[in-house]
Design a protein around this ligand. Structure first.
Ligand code: CA
Ligand code: CA
Length: 82
C-alpha cells in the first residue's frame, strides 16, 4: 500500500463522526433522527421521552443528543449486546 493511499484511508476514517446514529435509524439520511425515525427502532419512545432527549428542542436528535440519551439511559445502547 502506498503512502498516499494510507493517508487517504486515515483521512476518510477520521472524517467519520465519532458517534454516528445507529445504522438504519436515520431513514431519510439527513443525519438527524426524528421522533418517527426513532420510533421505528424504539417503539417505546413517546413524545415526552423524545422531548427529554432533544435537549436543544429542534425536533430532531443529533449524534450528541443520541449519545447523551444512551449515557443517561433514556435510550438503550444501540451498540450494546442484547
Ligand atoms: Ca432523519
Ligand atoms: Ca435536537
Amino acid at each position: 500500500m502506498s503512502r498516499v493511499s494510507v493517508v487517504a484511508l486515515l483521512a476518510s476514517f477520521l472524517a467519520l463522526p465519532a458517534a454516528a446514529l445507529p445504522v438504519g435509524l436515520d431513514t431519510d439520511g439527513d443525519g438527524l433522527a426524528s421522533l418517527t425515525e426513532l420510533q421505528t427502532k424504539y417503539p417505546d419512545i413517546t413524545s415526552e421521552s423524545f422531548a427529554k432527549i432533544d435537549t436543544d428542542a429542534d425536533g430532531f436528535l443529533n449524534d450528541e443528543e443520541m449519545v447523551a440519551a444512551v449515557e443517561a439511559e433514556l435510550l438503550p445502547d444501540p451498540k450494546g449486546d442484547e
